[in-house]
Design a protein around this ligand. Structure first.
Ligand SMILES: [Zn+2]
Length: 320
């Protein structure tokens, strides 16, 4: 479980004790980082690199998550704006990753991809980097298109780095992008050692989108990505998850386009309850959901009785 400072300072203390507590917390904040225990140094954990949506005024990085096992960053899910900086702050290395997964290619899920890849250039990675994400349509590129739009040798915006993608040239390693045909029920997509990855197609307007499940040994972590929650695939994927990270992009009562793209708290609660997840974390918070945590929590608690928390950037959730 993470240490939730917001909850701690929300307790009712006398003003003198509160001043002491705040002083103590500030002193903790300025301890040398060497004394802080990094996320996932023992066992499996998920670190939230970006807990926000597209808006910069939320002062959060956009969507991105890192799965740790015993001090190794094993998988990255999405790379929204700001997440590359958070990746560096987490202490992770691109050379550690077994796989990079995209839920979809909206800017707030993919804008820092090229920054992460460029940083990896300076690392000692000597094995391919598999990249999985959705197929394309008239509105969005496929995963292979998206990667080659940046790094393709002829037309890529960053074609000066094409040796990280194009076969036959000498790079330190190669990206291996793959398009995943989303399915209504979970399908296995990738595995490496004790890490196994599955996905289902989810509904996010006209944008091809996937939810991901990452299993590390016996630990099961599910990422909803952006979706309006329609269809039963996400519930199947999340069944008995040890940790379910769901996107709280709209408040209860949302209508119109917002609702057609995103699931309100009641739908999140229904899915978490039906899937019997063990721990729910709400992320992809936006200006329209921040400040409505009490309403969100009560809607969810009508349908899901397990522990739930709201994510902040760099929060570390142990998976027990
Ligand atoms: Zn989003």
């Amino acid at each position: 479980m993470k240490v939730n400072l917001r909850r701690i300072v929300g307790w009712r203390f006398g003003s003198a004790r509160l001043i002491h507590l705040v002083g103590f917390l500030l002193s903790c904040a300025f301890l040398p980082s060497a004394t802080a225990r990094p996320c996932g140094s023992l066992g499996v954990a998920v670190q939230v690199l970006g807990s926000g949506g597209p808006e910069l005024q939320d002062k959060r990085a956009s969507s991105s998550y890192l799965v740790w096992e015993d001090g190794q960053a094993r998988a990255l899910v999405d790379a929204g704006g700001g997440s590359a900086l958070r990746f560096g702050e987490s202490g992770a290395q691109m050379s550690q990753l077994d796989v990079l997964l995209f839920t979809h290619f909206h800017v707030d899920h993919s804008a820092d991809f090229s920054a992460l890849i460029k940083s990896s250039w300076f690392e000692d990675r000597n094995r391919p980097l598999p990249i999985y994400g959705p197929e394309g349509n008239d509105f969005m590129p496929s995963t292979t298109e998206f990667v080659s739009d940046f790094f393709g040798d002829k037309r890529g915006a960053y074609r000066y780095l094409s040796e990280l993608l194009v076969p036959g040239e000498n790079g330190s390693y190669k990206m291996q992008p793959h398009d995943v045909a989303g399915s209504a029920s979970p399908i296995g997509v990738f595995h490496s050692g004790d890490l196994a990855v599955s996905s289902v197609r989810v509904i996010h307007g006209q944008v091809p989108a996937l939810a991901w499940r990452i299993e590390v040994g016996s630990k099961r972590i599910v990422f909803s990505g952006d979706t309006n929650g329609e269809g039963g695939g996400l519930t199947q994927l999340a069944t008995n998850a040890d940790l379910f990270i769901a996107h709280n992009a709209v408040p209860e009562g949302a209508i119109g386009i917002e609702r057609s793209l995103h699931m309100p708290p009641s739908v999140i609660g229904q899915i978490a309850g039906d899937a019997h997840v063990k721990h729910l974390v709400l992320s992809h918070l936006m200006l329209r959901t921040l400040g409505k945590e009490n309403q969100t929590q009560s809607e969810i608690e009508k349908r899901f009785s397990g522990p739930m928390e709201f994510a902040n950037d760099l929060d570390c959730f142990s998976v027990r």
